[in-house]
Design a protein around this ligand. Sequence first.
Ligand code: FPP
Length: 260
Amino acid sequence: MLVGNPMNAQQLEVCEVQGLNASRIPRHVAIIMDGNGRWAEERGESRVFGHMHGVEAVRLSVEAAMELGVRHLTLYAFSTENWNRPKEEVAALMNLLVDTLVKEVRELGNKGVRLRTIGDIAALPEICQTQLKEAESATKQNEGLDLILALSYSSKWEMVEAIKQLIDSGISPEKVTAECVSDHLSTKGIPDPELMIRTSGEHRISNFLLWQLAYAEFHFTPTLWPDFKKASFFDAVRDFQNRERRFGGLLDTNHNVTVK
Ligand code: FPP
């Protein structure tokens, strides 16, 4: 059983309709939302137009995750490398983030979504930081779905920060364990993703959750992010459920991983 919370009747029904195994829903799904620019270029539009249409795919993915009882959904919305894009595109992405938060936060809250962030949030414009803080505080009691936005995030940045904190703490080298490294990452307390989805046909992880994805299953789809629908999300979970997860161990006759 991978699900943290027991499933409600509606979630069980969605699983049944979608032909999904309700006892093997990933607890944490992470998504690299890629292809907004190409989607827009195919239509002769600006890249920003693609990002604007990407917001609808975010909404649908949040809904699909909630319908299945996924507990954590992490979206790679802006990487540290994305600061190198033209300043007009960066500004448009920041505005889009603020506009979306202002428009959606009440509805997200009503749906039971808790908004969280990971990344170098201090690098974002003040207005984004303020809106994010407000949205995080307004939704912090919610227990339906943790929606984790990775903003100005990169795994290498996060690991460097963790190393600095560990050195600062004066910990002796023999006391450094995998758990203690995890506890110094921005995802502290959040279980590692079991499924990572990347859209747009690229087969890379682009500096995203390198530590946390150690045993995740990867689902790559050629669908460009603005075309990613609920059905695409369900397809990714179906693909996940068809994988045999051994975590470096072996399976016994009941298909359980054997542990010594
Ligand atoms: C990658 O596509 C996408 C991004 C860098 C931004 C993702 C942002 C959104 C989906 C909208 C806002 C999000 C929230 C959470 C409100 P790309 O531009 O790299 O596409 P390309 O590879 O086709 O050029």
